[in-house]
Design a protein around this ligand. Structure first.
Ligand code: ADP
Ligand code: MG
Length: 480
């Protein structure tokens, strides 16, 4: 039998598609291969038309091996693939033009040529990522106006992150802090700072396109655009930005496809000198479930950590917030709250809001008593009884003596003083029996404890300095 040997671009491409279809998931096939048109067959060069540059890049990155194999199977070893890329234009009068790119055929990332991508605008498609009009692009940056540098308190804990953020905000894309990665625990002000950068850019450079997006939202948008076949618009939207702020990138963990697409967008933005700002709850090196190539990008710029603010900074944050709300708090209340909530600024604020609510509802002034009774619900371990260990630690810290010494036989004056005060506090602030207290101090008997307590009481009555020591320690004991 004689078969017709004539091959057309369509027949060759259809044969390729048959093979490809069997080798990749149906959804991927639909997304990435169905929109392709076979255009030409010149000898052993097959030209296919793809709807955008992004499409081309994606195919080359993910399917180049498969494409090469199938093309060679159809056209022999000399078979080659070329792309014809449609570059859409905003103006209706201008027909889309196309540009040709060879397939690099070996999947080597570095070989790919980079050509500038005009923003794709297609007015007929209704989806959230299509940017209307080319001249003056307007995008809602999704920023919370309340997060500014003005109301971000600087402290040792956030100095590097804040000053790097400020530098970036003055010159987005123009510093070596690109990407700027802000990382640290929950409630330490990462989102606040990242948004402050966005707001500052908008204030100084209103024409810059800034977008704030949480990683979670980005992942959801990606899934939706896969479903709706709007991947191109999704990518073009983000690639058109001057500043992208991506919050909580640790949420990329395990989401490989979204990481892929972000990798793409990241590269595009970074290459064109656009600013990328990221936040994360861990340092890049500790981020699990993220692809190495994405992580290595995250390390390109500056990673700045946010620590737990110290007492002064916590107090300053509280005061600033209260001042902004027109509320004047007694210093001791501010100190009490800031002292007791010491690991998280968000909790600090939460406590303050509850305090205000209590005061308003009960028509009471905010004083230390109210703060204490209210904070009980807030502070973990409040119910925990004061332990003798804790008393010993506090007293020894106060007098700068080693804890071991108060448990030893030493009769050195300052050790005896620390030991006796500790016993006195143990008797008055714990429910422990005198005998048990003695046991905590190197196995002394109960009469020693009684004697210590009497001595301390006498000294409190007669020695002002001594009295102030004991009061100081007692205050710390109640606070902590
Ligand atoms: P994260 O994103 O790190 O979990 P947020 O940025 O949401 O934390 O901060 C939690 C709350 O604490 C926000 O209301 C924020 O305004 C406030 N906050 C954190 N750090 C500061 C700071 N240095 N100055 C003022 N407010 C702060
Ligand atoms: Mg946050």
């Amino acid at each position: 039998m004689i078969y017709s040997m004539e091959k057309t671009c369509t027949s060759v491409w259809n044969c390729c598609l048959e093979i490809i279809k069997d080798n990749i998931p149906a959804q991927s096939f639909k997304t990435w291969f169905e929109p392709i048109k076979a255009l030409r067959l010149d000898g052993n060069v097959l030209t296919i038309q793809v709807p955008s540059l992004f499409f081309y890049e994606w195919l080359e990155e993910h399917y180049v091996g498969l494409l090469r194999k199938t093309v060679k199977k159809q056209l022999g070893d000399a078979g080659r693939l070329e792309y014809n890329i449609v570059v859409e234009k905003s103006s209706k009068s201008m027909a889309p033009y196309t540009t040709n790119m060879p397939s690099n055929g070996n999947g080597a990332e570095g070989k790919r040529q980079s050509i500038p991508v005009p923003v794709t605008i297609n007015k007929d498609i209704k989806n959230p990522f299509v940017i209307p009009g080319l001249k003056k692009l307007q995008v809602d940056p999704q920023l919370n106006q309340n997060y500014t540098f003005d109301n971000f308190i600087e402290g040792e804990c956030n100095r590097l992150a804040r000053s790097a953020g400020f530098a970036v905000a003055q010159k987005p894309g123009g510093t070596s802090f690109n990407p700027l990665m802000i990382y640290g625990g929950v409630g330490l002000g990462k989102t606040h700072l990242a948004q402050a950068i966005g707001n500052e850019v908008k204030r100084n450079l209103p024409d810059k396109l800034v977008i704030y997006v949480s990683c979670e939202k980005f992942c959801q948008q990606f899934v939706d655009s896969l479903k709706n076949n709007t991947i191109n618009d999704f990518v073009n939207f983000y690639q058109a930005m001057d500043v992208i702020i991506m919050d909580d990138v640790h949420n990329f963990a395990g989401k490989e496809r979204t990481q892929d697409i972000f990798f793409h967008i990241f590269n595009h933005l970074h290459q064109s000198g656009k600013q990328v700002i990221l936040t994360s709850d861990k340092a890049p090196k500790d981020l699990a479930g993220l692809e190495e190539r994405l992580l290595s990008r995250f390390k390109w710029g500056l990673s700045a950590d946010m620590q737990v603010p110290d007492l002064e900074t916590r107090m300053a944050i509280l005061k600033k917030k209260m001042y902004a709300d027109g509320i004047n708090l007694p210093e001791e209340v501010v100190e009490y709250v800031a002292h007791n909530i010491d690991n998280n600024v968000r909790e600090l604020e939460g406590a303050m809001v509850s305090l205000l609510a209590q005061a308003t509802l009960n028509k009471k002034d905010i004083d230390l008593g109210l703060a204490k009774s209210m904070l009980r619900n807030f502070i973990k371990n409040t119910q925990k009884e004061i332990s003798i260990d804790y008393i010993q630690k506090l007293v020894c810290e106060y007098f700068e003596v080693p804890v071991d010494m108060v448990k030893s036989k030493t009769r050195k004056r300052e050790i005896v003083q620390a030991r006796q005060i500790s016993m006195y506090l143990a008797k008055n602030h714990t429910k422990t029996s005198l005998k048990s207290i003695g046991a905590f101090f190197g196995g002394r008997d109960h009469s020693t404890v009684i004697y210590a307590c009497q001595t301390v009481e006498d000294l409190i009555d007669t020695d002002k300095t001594f009295k102030s020591y004991v009061q100081d320690i007692q205050k710390k004991l109640k606070m902590g």
